[in-house]
Design a protein around this ligand. Structure first.
Ligand SMILES: C[S@@+](CC[C@H](N)C(=O)[O-])C[C@H]1O[C@@H](n2cnc3c(N)ncnc32)[C@H](O)[C@@H]1O
Ligand SMILES: O=[N+]([O-])c1ccc2c(c1)CN[C@@H](CO)C2
Length: 273
C-alpha cells in the first residue's frame, strides 16, 4: 500500500515539472536582489563563497564531478570546474538540458548572462575579473555530457553513464527537496545518488530550508518538502553520508521576493565513507 502512495506522490511531482519555465526560473532566482554581486548579504554570492571554499579544500580531488539536477544554471560548477577534469551535468527536463547546451555551445540565445558569475568566482580565486573568459573556456572544455536523470530511480542515470568507479564528487543544488513529495522520498533520493559516488567521494549539497512551495514559472506552483537543519543532518546520516560541515544563510526581508516561501538556504559538505 505504501509503495503505491509513494509512486503516486512521485508521479504528481513529475507532472508539476511539465510546465517548468527555465527563463522565468532564472529571472526569479538569479537576478538581483538574490544575485547581487555588489552586496555581501545577497544569497548567490553566499552560495558561491561556500562552493569556492569547499571545492578548494585539500580533501577534494579526483577526475569526475557530477551535478545532480543542474536545471538551467551553471553557477554550481564554476569552482568545481577548476578542480575536476571532467564535469557531467544532469537534469530531468530536456528544456533545461537545452538551456545548458546553448551556453556550452556558445551559440547565443541563453536566458541569462553568466558573465557576472564567472567574474565573481574569478575574484574569489584571486584572479583578475577579466580572467572570466578563461574560466568560461575551462568550463566549456571540461563539461563532457549533459544527461537525463531521475533521482527517484534506484539507478538515477543510464547504466553506463559513469565510469565503473563512480563519480569522485557530486554537487546538487535545490533539487532533492524540490522534486520529492515528502521527507521519506527526499532521504531515499539521497541514497539513490549516493550510489553514483565512489567511497571517500564528496557531496556538496545546497538546499532550501522551511520552503513549502516555489514558482517554476508564471502560475507554475511546485510543492517543496519543508526541511529543517536537523532534518537535513538526519537524512544525510540515514542515507549513509558523514557530514563534514553545514552552513546556513537566513533570508533577509528584501530577499523574499514572492517567488517562494523559503526562509533559509543550507550548504552541506559531506562524504561517502
Ligand atoms: C529548483 S530546480 C534547481 C535548479 C538548479 N540546480 C539551481 O540550483 O537552481 C530543481 C530541478 O530539479 C529537476 N528535477 C525535477 N524532477 C527531477 C527528478 N525526478 N530527478 C532529478 N531532477 C529533477 C528540475 O528539472 C529542476 O531543474
Ligand atoms: O535565493 N536563491 O539563490 C535561490 C535559488 C534557487 C532557489 C531558491 C533560492 C529557493 N527556491 C528553490 C526551489 O525550491 C530554488
Amino acid at each position: 500500500m505504501e509503495e503505491k502512495g509513494e509512486e503516486n506522490g512521485v508521479a504528481a511531482m513529475k507532472a508539476c515539472y511539465q510546465k517548468f519555465d527555465p527563463a522565468a526560473y532564472l529571472q526569479y532566482n538569479y537576478t538581483p536582489p538574490r544575485a547581487d554581486f555588489t552586496r555581501n548579504d545577497s544569497i548567490v554570492p553566499w552560495k558561491l563563497a561556500c562552493l569556492h571554499r569547499a571545492f578548494t579544500e585539500a580533501d577534494v580531488s579526483g577526475g569526475l564531478l557530477v551535478d545532480i539536477g543542474a536545471g538551467p544554471t551553471l553557477y554550481q560548477v564554476l569552482s568545481g570546474c577548476e578542480v575536476f577534469d571532467k564535469v557531467i551535468l544532469t537534469d530531468f527536463l530536456e528544456v533545461n538540458r537545452q538551456e545548458l547546451r546553448r551556453w556550452l555551445h556558445n551559440k547565443g540565445g541563453c536566458s541569462l548572462d553568466w558573465t557576472p558569475y564567472l567574474q565573481h568566482v574569478c575574484k574569489l580565486e584571486g584572479r583578475r575579473p577579466s580572467a572570466w573568459t578563461e574560466k568560461a573556456a575551462r568550463l566549456r572544455q571540461v563539461v563532457t555530457d549533459i544527461l537525463p536523470i531521475d533521482v527517484h530511480c534506484s539507478q538515477p542515470l543510464a547504466p553506463d553513464a559513469l565510469p565503473s568507479g563512480g563519480a569522485d564528487c557530486l554537487v546538487s543544488c535545490f533539487c532533492l527537496e524540490s522534486v520529492s513529495p515528502d521527507l521519506a522520498a527526499f532521504t531515499k533520493a539521497l541514497g539513490h545518488i549516493r550510489k553514483l559516488l565512489r567511497p571517500g567521494g564528496h557531496l556538496m549539497l545546497i538546499g532550501a530550508l522551511g520552503e513549502s512551495y516555489y514558482f517554476g514559472g508564471p502560475g507554475v506552483r511546485i510543492p517543496v518538502v519543508p526541511l529543517s537543519e536537523a532534518q537535513v543532518c538526519a537524512s544525510l546520516k540515514e542515507s549513509g553520508y558523514t557530514l563534514i560541515r553545514l552552513e546556513v544563510y537566513t533570508l533577509t526581508q528584501d530577499m523574499r521576493v514572492g517567488v517562494d516561501d523559503v526562509t533559509g538556504v543550507f550548504f552541506a559538505k559531506a562524504r561517502k565513507d
